[in-house]
Design a protein around this ligand. Structure first.
Ligand code: CUA
Length: 152
């Protein structure tokens, strides 16, 4: 059997085809961005409901809290829900890593930029629940608190 010398013709064709496909894909991406105005959101906090944070009632006694952390506050705050509510927390950060601990509950999360973390709390007692940032995040870290108001 003869030993192949140099690059076989078939491999050259495969490389040329791969380069052509890559060039075509880049051209289509450029066309989509420039001519069609299609852009990919670069950041979770650029899109609703994370643009400003939002509390959404999804059913009687059921809420979704979309919380945005930012030096040195949580939005929205205060969060108001009636006693007996079950709240799903979806949390993200607009800048650095923050902590999110709701005093008196099992919810203890990290707020990460470009990611969403999840926790659920059942508020059986009325009152004010403090939300505490437990991850050092800068000079105002010790003042970074939020409030959840559970009404009777
Ligand atoms: Cu936010 Cu510490």
């Amino acid at each position: 059997m003869e030993i192949a010398r140099g690059i076989p013709e078939i491999e050259k064709r495969v490389v040329v085809a791969a380069l052509l496909f890559s060039a075509a894909m880049l051209a289509l991406l450029a066309y989509a961005a420039v001519r069609l105005g299609i852009t990919v959101p670069g950041c979770v906090t650029n899109v609703k409901p994370f643009a400003n944070g939002e509390l959404i009632q999804v059913a009687p006694g059921r809420y979704e809290a979309h919380v945005v952390s930012k030096m040195f506050s949580f939005k929205p705050s205060p969060l108001k829900v009636p006693r007996g509510s079950v709240v799903d927390f979806y949390l993200t950060s607009q800048d650095v890593v923050h902590g999110f601990y709701i005093d008196g509950t099992d919810v203890n999360l990290m707020a990460l930029p470009n990611a969403v973390t999840y926790g659920q709390a059942h508020f059986e007692k009325a009152g004010k629940y403090q939300v505490i940032c437990h991850e050092y995040c800068g000079l105002g870290h010790q003042d970074m608190v939020g409030v959840i108001e559970v009404t009777p």
